[in-house]
Design a protein around this ligand. Structure first.
Ligand code: ADP
Ligand code: MG
Length: 301
C-alpha cells in the first residue's frame, strides 16, 4: 500500500491505497483545485465571490452548487443549527488563525441577528446570498471533496483505499486483507491518531467526525471550540463532545456531524432518521449512544 499526503483545507489530507504513487498524487492534486473553488480565504473562489457580491447573483461551479444545495437542505432540516453563514461569527472568533479571540457580547449578538436574516437563493448556476453575509463551507466541503476524490480514484481502477482528511474518512472497497476497513473513533482528550474508543466498519462509505476538541482553546477554565451555534454565534453547548456520522455521502455526513454536535442527542437522532444515516454520539461525561444499525466495536483500555 502507498500513502501520499499534503496540507489542504487547513488540515493534513492523506490517501492510502493499493495503487501507484503517481495515481495517488494525481488524486491529491485535486485538493488545491477544490480549495480554489470553495475556500473563503482565496480571492476569486466561488465562495469569495459570493461573500463579496453584495446581494448580486453569482455564477458558481457545479461542485460549489452541489455543496450549497446540501448545506441548504441541512440548514432547513436542522432548524438553522447548521448554517454556512456562520462565517460571519467564525471571522470574529478567528479559530483558524494563531490567536483566537473571545468577541464581545455586543458583536456576537449583532452577528446572530444578521444570521437570522440570512437568505440564499438558487437559479440554475446562479446563487444569491444576503448582502454582507459571510459563508464558510468548512463544515461540509471536505466531505464532498473526499467523495469526489474517491470517485476519481475509482475511475483510475483503484479498488481499495482510505482517505483521511483531518477526521473525514472515506473508504473505497475492502481493506487489502479482504475485510471492511476499520475506522477508529478518537478519544476526545487524546492527540490525533492516538487512543480510540471504538471502531466502525466502513466499505465504500464515509465516517465523518466533528469534535469540540479540534481547534479549541481554554480561557479561565472555559473550553471555547470552533463549532458554533448559529443562533447565538457562540460555541455549541449541547453536551456532545464528538459526533461521528456514517453515510455513503461524505458531504451529507460532514454537514450532519456538525449539525448534530450543535443540536444534541435527541434532535440529532431525529436528523439521522430523516436522512437515513448512522451516527455515534459521545457526551462530555463519557456516555456513548448510537443508531440501531451502527456496526461498532467498542475498545476498552
Ligand atoms: P472540522 O473542522 O473538523 O472539519 P466540522 O465539519 O464540524 O469540523 O466543521 C467545523 C467548521 O465548520 C468550522 O471551522 C466552521 O468553519 C464551520 N462551522 C462551525 N459551526 C458551524 C455551523 N453551526 N454550521 C455550519 N458550519 C459551521
Ligand atoms: Mg462537518
Amino acid at each position: 500500500m502507498n500513502t501520499v499526503q499534503g496540507f489542504y483545507f487547513d488540515t493534513v489530507c492523506a490517501i492510502t491505497a493499493e495503487a501507484d504513487e503517481s495515481v495517488l498524487n494525481e488524486a491529491l492534486q485535486l485538493c488545491p483545485s477544490y480549495e480554489r473553488l470553495m475556500s473563503r480565504f482565496i480571492e476569486g473562489s466561488d465562495v469569495w465571490r459570493l461573500n463579496h457580491a453584495e446581494g448580486v447573483p453569482v455564477e458558481v461551479s457545479e461542485d460549489t452548487l452541489t455543496v450549497l444545495h446540501c448545506a441548504d437542505s441541512v440548514r432547513r432540516a436542522s432548524g438553522g443549527a447548521f448554517n454556512i453563514a456562520v462565517g460571519a461569527a467564525s471571522k470574529l472568533w478567528k479559530f483558524t488563525g494563531e490567536n483566537p479571540v473571545i468577541p464581545s457580547d455586543a458583536e456576537l449578538d449583532t452577528a446572530a441577528d444578521e444570521l437570522r436574516e440570512f437568505f440564499i437563493a438558487f437559479e440554475g448556476p446562479f446563487v444569491t446570498i444576503s448582502p454582507g453575509a459571510c459563508i464558510d463551507l468548512g463544515g461540509v466541503a471536505k466531505g464532498y471533496i473526499c467523495d469526489k476524490i474517491a470517485d476519481a480514484l475509482r475511475e483510475r481502477g483503484v479498488e481499495s483505499a482510505l482517505l483521511n482528511f483531518g477526521g473525514n474518512i472515506t473508504t473505497i472497497g475492502l481493506h487489502p486483507k479482504g475485510r471492511p476497513w476499520q475506522v477508529g473513533l478518537q478519544k476526545p482528550d487524546a492527540a490525533r491518531n492516538e487512543a480510540v474508543f471504538a471502531a466502525v466498519e466502513s466499505t465504500d462509505s464515509a465516517v465523518v467526525t466533528s469534535g469540540v476538541y479540534e481547534r479549541s482553546f481554554v480561557q479561565e477554565g472555559i473550553l471555547y471550540h470552533h463549532i458554533l451555534d448559529p443562533r447565538t454565534c457562540r460555541p455549541a453547548t449541547s453536551n456532545l463532545v464528538s459526533v461521528s456520522v456514517v453515510s455513503e455521502s461524505g458531504m451529507l455526513a460532514d454537514a450532519l456531524a456538525t449539525a448534530i454536535l450543535v443540536l444534541g442527542a435527541e434532535q440529532g437522532f431525529a436528523l439521522t432518521q430523516k436522512y437515513g444515516v448512522q451516527a455515534v454520539l459521545l457526551t462530555y461525561d463519557g456516555k456513548l449512544t448510537y443508531t440501531q444499525d451502527m456496526r461498532l466495536t467498542l475498545i476498552q483500555h
